[in-house]
Write a protein that binds this ligand. Structure first.
Ligand code: DNO
Length: 403
């Protein structure tokens, strides 16, 4: 007997709003049930008017989908550094949570990564089969930091071999490739361009000069102390997204990279409002993260999952592999998520939500201009979704055959 739809994890798909070249109608055709989206047009730190939330919700629902997760309500740099207008931004965040809850949107993903969101050094890395994916190479990042950003002391964060490769890489770039490389690192915020230049990045980094990892932790704790009770009161869950990549970059603290980080964060507010977005691709980029063990330890507070894989390469680089390939043990993860969902359903809880994260640029997506949101072309993500659905069908089917 084939497994029933309700036994599968709830399938979501990221949508970047009306400006996304991938329309809701395509998402519906992929078989996904829900979307992860955000009001990307609202500046970081500003409150979201309930009317705008309601209008976005109608767009999603009119397409036959559900707005299951906000990804993300961004946390501003003022809040992370507790400087400038941070108190007003926190108040705005609380108002946004209330507006979302009033419109029935009950899950908010956020991150606490200083300065930049996720970082890659190649947004169209060609694979032997002709498709392209996102890749991070520490030697290329060193080239950015040393050759373009000119961050004092950056050399100290790299090995002699990485520094030699960084120099060779820089020398290989002509003027226009250099400019494109710079933009691809400093201006790829999810769903929007912040239009930042190198002087902005230098200024933003400088704001962290007196902030240690424990200092940044304290800022996150204070943020949660202010927003989690509001979330709790209106039945909304907050899920922190791991650092991507899960190790320090730009000489800045990182506080959501491994199990001990997450256990600390979860200990600060003991309620349903404070949980984790289990992003396998981000976490899997570090060989120190044992993903199945992390999932077991965090299971009670995993509110949502991003499923994708990364292939770690020798020398510290990684690229985004197929969803069932690479360094992430996807079978072990999906089996655990299905078991977790089973327990939650038995206790009267909701299904567990995931989305296929990122995908390759492939087939005729390669003939189109690079997606404005790198990693988010349609076909590659749909392939990932289909593979993950097949993996679930296999696990569920073999379990019922064994019963
Ligand atoms: C990358 C995404 C991240 C994520 C945010 C969450 O594709 O996983 O941009 O949405 O960091 O706040």
């Amino acid at each position: 007997m084939s497994p029933k739809k309700e036994q599968f994890l709830e399938e979501g798909f990221r949508w970047f709003g009306p400006a996304d070249p991938v329309p809701l109608a395509f998402i519906r055709q992929s078989g996904a049930e829900s979307v992860f989206t955000s009001l990307h047009e609202i500046p970081y730190g500003a409150p979201w008017p309930e009317a705008a939330v309601a209008a976005r919700r109608r767009l999603v629902e009119n397409a036959g989908l559900r707005w299951a997760a906000v990804e993300s309500v961004p946390v501003s740099e003022a809040v992370r550094t507790r400087s400038g207008p941070f108190a007003r931004h926190i108040e705005n965040y609380r108002a946004t949570l209330r507006a979302l809850a009033a419109q029935g949107v009950r899950l908010v993903i956020y991150n606490f990564m200083p300065v930049l969101d996720w970082i890659r050094t190649d947004l169209r890395f060609r694979l032997p089969d002709g498709s392209a994916c996102l890749r991070y190479d520490p030697a290329q990042f060193a080239a950015f930091e040393i050759g373009l950003l000119k961050r004092p002391g950056a050399e100290r964060d790299y090995t002699p071999d990485q520094l030699a490769r960084a120099r060779a890489f820089l020398a290989s770039l002509n003027e226009s490739r250099r400019a494109a490389f710079e933009r691809s690192i400093i201006d790829v915020f999810p769903g929007c361009s912040l239009g930042l230049g190198l002087p902005d990045i230098r200024r933003m980094i400088d704001a962290y000069r007196d902030i240690t990892p424990d200092g940044l932790r304290e800022h996150l704790r204070l943020f949660l102390q202010a927003v989690a009770p509001v979330a709790q009161e209106c039945g909304l869950r907050l899920a922190i997204h791991p650092d991507d990549p899960p190790f320090p970059v730009l000489g800045l603290p990182r506080i959501a990279s491994n199990l001990s980080d997450f256990l600390k964060i979860l200990s600060w507010h003991d309620g349903d409002a404070n949980g984790v977005c289990f992003c396998t691709g981000s976490l899997g980029a570090s060989p120190d993260n044992d993903l199945p063990a992390m999932l077991d330890a965090l299971a009670h507070r995993v509110f949502v999952a991003h499923l994708r894989s990364t292939q770690r390469e020798p020398g510290g680089a990684f690229h985004e592999s197929g969803h069932l390939e690479g360094s992430v043990p996807m079978f072990a993860i999906v089996r655990r998520l299905l078991a977790l969902q089973h327990q939650r359903l038995a206790a009267g809880g909701p299904r567990l939500l995931f989305r296929p994260d990122h995908g390759r640029d492939m087939a005729d997506d390669l003939d189109k201009p690079p997606p404005p949101n790198p990693g988010y072309a349609f076909i590659g993500r749909m392939k990932g979704l289909a593979e993950l659905r097949g993996l679930q069908a296999g696990i569920l089917g073999s379990q019922s055959a064994a019963a």
